[in-house]
Design a protein around this ligand. Structure first.
Ligand SMILES: [Zn+2]
Ligand SMILES: [Zn+2]
Ligand SMILES: [Zn+2]
Ligand SMILES: [Zn+2]
Length: 158
C-alpha cells in the first residue's frame, strides 16, 4: 500500500471538520475551505482566522493548490482502500454468497465464513450485473413504449 506522510487530520478543515473543499490560504498560513471562510466571515466582521484569531485584511485569498491536490489524492486513496479487506490488508478477491459481502483470501479461511460458498469477485460482479439487467428489463420496456407514445404527445396543437 502507498505510504502517507500526512494524516486525515492535516487535511481536515478546522471549521467543517471535513476534508478541505477548495482550501484558501490565509495571511497567517492557516487554510480553510473557501465556502467555510465565507460563512465564518459573514458573522465575524473582524475577519479573524478561526484557528489563531489573527485578523485578515484581504477580501479574497488564493487557493492553496498544494493542499487541494493532497486532499484530492487522499480521497482517491480512500476510494482505493475500499477494495482492500480492512482485517487482513489484502485485496478483496472473493464474494461470500452466504453473507453477500466481499472477502479476501484470508477471510475465506476464518471461522466467520466457515462452510460458506464463495465465488471469484469478477464472476460475482458479472452475476450482479445480469440480475440488474433482468430487473431493469420491465423498466426498459416501459421506457420504450413511452418513447413510442411521446412523439405523438409532443406534437404541437395547431
Ligand atoms: Zn470547511
Ligand atoms: Zn490562522
Ligand atoms: Zn480479509
Ligand atoms: Zn461468509
Amino acid at each position: 500500500m502507498a505510504s502517507r506522510t500526512f494524516s486525515e487530520e492535516d487535511l481536515s478543515c478546522p471549521v467543517c471538520c471535513d476534508i478541505f473543499n477548495n482550501p484558501v490560504l490565509l495571511d497567517c498560513t492557516h487554510s480553510i475551505c473557501e465556502s467555510c471562510l465565507q460563512k465564518v466571515w459573514r458573522t465575524n466582521r473582524a475577519r479573524q482566522c478561526p484557528v489563531c484569531r489573527k485578523r485578515n485584511s484581504r477580501d479574497k485569498y488564493p487557493l492553496n493548490l498544494v493542499l487541494k491536490n493532497l486532499c484530492e489524492t487522499f480521497q482517491q486513496e480512500i476510494g482505493q482502500r475500499e477494495r482492500y479487506c480492512g482485517l487482513h490488508i489484502s485485496e478483496f478477491k472473493l464474494f461470500c454468497k452466504d453473507d453477500n459481502q466481499l472477502a479476501c483470501l484470508m477471510c475465506q479461511d476464518t471461522r466467520l465464513h466457515k462452510n460458506h460458498n464463495f465465488s471469484p469477485i469478477n464472476v460475482a460482479a458479472l452475476k450482479l450485473k445480469e440480475e440488474l439487467k433482468i430487473k431493469l428489463q420491465p423498466l426498459q420496456k416501459k421506457l420504450d413504449t413511452l418513447k413510442l407514445k411521446d412523439p405523438m404527445m409532443e406534437l404541437p396543437n395547431i
